[in-house]
Design a protein. Structure first.
Length: 179
């Protein structure tokens, strides 16, 4: 006959440290992956966009436009009433205003958001009785900081003036090659 066994029964699996050392890293990786997936689905698009080739072409084109504006001696000042959205641009050539024969009838003003291209805005500005002043209304008025680009045609070519409108600013200078 056999003698009764005095062996101690084994511990349950969840009390073994080796089991936890094997299971914790994969469980942590799954939890981290699920967290990243939830964050990616709930967070808006990133502020960095892969537009390198398009941007390089735009920079070359804008540089030629800025050089043309500099050759014409163009400068300007943008004024924005953030309450009403009224925009006024006053152009100057060298040290004086435009002459009546020089002034284009319409200018294009672009408000470019620094990180979100879908918020960019374009406005056509009309000449006023003063040939060096152009006005338009942008509704709703842009809030925050913006890059601004003013485009026009003169002397058979397109020119561009640029500037940066700070978050609380009501006016900014526009220069060739600035911004």
């Amino acid at each position: 006959m056999r003698a009764p066994s005095t062996a101690v029964p084994g511990r349950p699996w969840y009390r073994e440290p080796l089991v936890w050392l094997l299971w914790v890293p994969p469980l942590a990786a799954v939890a981290g992956g699920v967290t990243m997936l939830v964050l990616a689905l709930q967070t808006p698009e990133a502020a960095v966009f892969d537009r390198t080739e398009r941007l390089a072409l735009a920079v070359v084109h804008a540089d030629a436009q800025a050089r043309h504006a500099a050759a014409l001696g163009l400068a300007g000042e943008l004024q924005l009433d953030r309450q009403s959205g009224q925009v006024q641009v006053q152009l100057s050539r060298g040290s004086g205003p435009f002459g009546i024969d020089d002034a284009p009838g319409t200018l294009t003003l672009r408000f470019i958001h620094p990180t979100q291209p879908q918020r960019d805005r374009t406005l056509a500005l009309q000449a006023t009785a003063r040939t060096d002043v152009y006005t338009g209304t942008l509704a709703p008025a842009p809030t925050g900081a913006w890059q601004v680009r003013l485009h026009g045609h003169q002397a058979g070519a397109e020119w561009q003036l640029a500037g940066t409108l700070a978050e609380t600013a009501a006016r900014t200078p526009l220069r060739a090659g600035a911004g």
